[in-house]
Design a protein around this ligand. Sequence first.
Ligand code: ADP
Length: 473
Amino acid sequence: MEIVHVSAECYPVAKAGGLGDVVGALPKYQHELGHVAKVVMPMYRTRFLYNNEWEVVHKGYTHLGSWWFNYTIIKEKTNKLGFDLYLVDIYGLLDREKVYGYDDDTERFTAFQIAVVDWIAVWNHHPDVVHVHDHQAGLIPFMFKFCYQYQHLQNIPTVLTIHNAQYQGWMGWDKSHYLPAWDNWKAGMLEWNKTINPLASGIRCAWKVTTVSPSYLEELRREANGLEALLEYEKGKCSGILNGIDSQVWDPSVDSYFEEHYTPAGVEEGKLQSKKILCDRFNLDIEKPLITFIGRLVGEKGADLLPQAISDSFYYIGRKMNFLILGSGSPGLEARLSAMKGLTRGDFNVYIGYDEGLSHRMYAGADFILMPSRVEPCGLNQMYAMRYGTIPIVRNTGGLRDTVVDYGDTDGYGIRFNYPSVGDITQSIWRAVELYRQTAVVGSIRSRIMGLDFSWESSVRQYLELYGGMIVS
Ligand code: ADP
């Protein structure tokens, strides 16, 4: 089968969160099973671009509304990532360092999608499936079906995966002329709530829709940032497939970001060494349990609850634990957390920013990882943490619900709480501190979670079954 993935992120080329991890791994495992997997993404100016060799495979000329532009498709020459990687260059739009966060993101990603479709339109064969990811690629199924110039692509099966429904790519109707001439009777296939909504359009026009965990699909029917009714209406073509983790990248016995490697048999010693390095660097007390948070500092992740929950924990439980936070996001929250450094007694620290290497070190050196998410489509951190023997403390939602069982329940191994509230978090931290005192129990939980199978194998098969069903029908 030939599968083309279209995405704004792909690790290690460019990553802002879980989307990058998934698009960096899923095609690799599809390729290993004998399929041709291609990834097409924007050519940002990242280190990966400069450190690898490329060949130009196509040059085209198309337009975003009345603005005509040249685009170039380049391909990585050595198949370094285990799949075919293509980058789309559009001068003036995609030639930037960061993935998101520019005022003209609408123009950037719309032009990107137009260039991708324009390129696929000149292939002398059709791929078996085009798999688009999130709203930055959500208009592609619409273009295949309703842009006059591309209607010969309408029989290509399309899949949309929703990694995060909070962001939908909304744009006003004044931008409807951006798309190449399309059948105006089909305006309803672009619209949701009086704006053009690329995610909603993808849900309507893609042949199949997936979410990154079964529980997230359930939750979206109740809370999907305005798309609840649409998802309920389209439920027949939706399914939830839990993400896997790339067990080659995330493996404490060979991790390329640190030297103190360990296996399940040597987990105690290995984690202690990693913890020591972290505690030395961040001035923390190695005797106390180390509780970490890694992620975007936004409400969706419950990060706004951290300052109060940490203060309450120190006040009510006592200074019996360390906290180490890695993240960036809301400037107000970044400032609040940074200010808390002044109150530390060698038990709190924060690193504001994005640091892939530090995140690996933290998964290895931490005792617990805290994820008080309000919304968690799948959540990769808890799976990485467990692979490194770090016990997850999670809110009972989305993919966290699908992957973590409370240690008080039969066969459990984590700490789960129900509400994204300061009270629930503080109580869970108390449970973690109590658990940490039971060294033998912690030891057996560590060995147990390191052996859990979160590999891509089963998820890849589910995706292949989904594709196969579309090709037959
Ligand atoms: P998201 O909703 O942000 O995509 P996921 O749990 O799906 O959340 O994926 C988060 C990914 O991003 C993980 O690989 C995590 O380690 C990484 N990550 C998030 N914030 C940071 C950061 N500040 N530094 C390094 N890695 C980070």
